[in-house]
Design a protein around this ligand. Structure first.
Ligand SMILES: [Zn+2]
Length: 74
């Protein structure tokens, strides 16, 4: 969708904006790049910056556990 093409309806009118998620008073959430299709209104969003850094620095972020993996691997 970043290339200006909608994966759902093949639409070519894609708008984008950047915003920061609000997670509560005094807490700044991740900054997001949002892409919206003008034809079907399908939306994709991508986090700006490093996901690894969020997991490393913030207690509220963790890796999703994959099936078959033990709970003690990171
Ligand atoms: Zn679309």
């Amino acid at each position: 969708m970043k290339d200006g093409h909608c994966p759902k309806c093949e639409g070519l009118r894609i708008a984008t904006t950047r915003y920061t998620l609000y997670l509560g008073a005094g807490v700044s959430g991740p900054t997001m790049d949002l892409y919206a299709c003008a034809d079907c209104r399908y939306v994709e969003q991508y986090m700006a910056g490093s996901v690894e850094e969020k997991v490393l620095v913030l207690d509220s972020w963790r890796w999703v556990q994959r099936e078959g993996e033990g709970p003690f691997r990171s």
